[in-house]
Design a protein around this ligand. Sequence first.
Ligand SMILES: *Cc1c(COP(=O)(O)O)cnc(C)c1O
Length: 361
Amino acid sequence: MIKFLDLEKTNNRFRSEMDSRIKEILDAGWYLLGKWNDTFTKNFADFCGVKHAVGVANGLDAINLIIRGYGFKAGDEIIVPANTYIATILAISENGCTPVLVEPDINTYNIDPEKIEEKITERTKAIIVVHLYGQAVQMQKIWELAKKYNLKIIEDAAQAHGAIYNGKRAGNLGDAAAFSFYPGKNLGALGDAGAVTTNDSELYQRVKTIANYGSDRKYHNIYKGINSRLDEIQAALLDVKLPYLDADNARRREIATYYRKHISTPKIILPKTYDEKAHIWHVFAVRCENRDELCKYLNDNGVQTLIHYPTPPHKQIAYSEWNSQSFPITEEIHRTIMSLPISPAITDEEVKTVTDFIINF
Ligand SMILES: *Cc1c(COP(=O)(O)O)cnc(C)c1O
């Protein structure tokens, strides 16, 4: 069986260092907001090339906290790609703001910068870009629009740890960025974890405070905050893995290069990149007219695949008010997309096996 993602193998590469950090934390008896949170957030901010990072409980909270930190509220509109993972949209809804869906570019699967301006109104406050599947959004046009209409740019960088656009990393391409360290992400914890990165020192203070009960010092609350903190254990383990992230992403790039070179069949639409450094291949997504058949065929032959994602947010029961709306490009992607195994744990031989099965489909 070729697993879609072998987390045990991925994380066991760091076993002895992780064991010794966990032992150190057990010995110290300090579990929240301590040395490892400080160390990891500083190192992660440096990695992204930004001034600040706040450790939070997960990626959804990271987006939510940025929206709260900027004070966006009911009636405010936030632009978001229609084909994102639903978390991006839930974070907008959670704040009572209105998500305004924009179609993606069928070539990159990222928000189509040419379709944003027509959706901007008096009420628009921000654009959330999602670096989907690990490919950084081409920001130039979006930077121009944000300047012209005085909008904040929020990055959902949950799939893009280390991706580069114009010499800058994801996390440093807007006003603030949300990261998830869900176990399956390119930088994954051993549980839930997330971060907000920003160069905006005021936002940094607000997010940090709101995430800790709105408390700027113990038992002194200046916001109606939430509890969303990064545990010491998760911070310490993420800090073990961070130095290897670029090498892991390079390995993913190598696998992606192999797939793109060797999967030559008209039945498959391969993913495209505008720049090799822009993509960290969180997901290797291909499109196929007979997607469900191909998934079954691969599965029957011992190759696990996944679909990112089978149903677009506007067709979910949770957003029944949108169910009759139509986003044809988004729907076409969801109808045909599927993801092949890609991770630092997969071997060259396995990559070749997957490729050969697909060619023979
Ligand atoms: C994983 C993910 C999230 C949510 O992260 P969690 O840590 O699971 O809350 C948000 N947006 C995107 C695009 C994601 O892939």
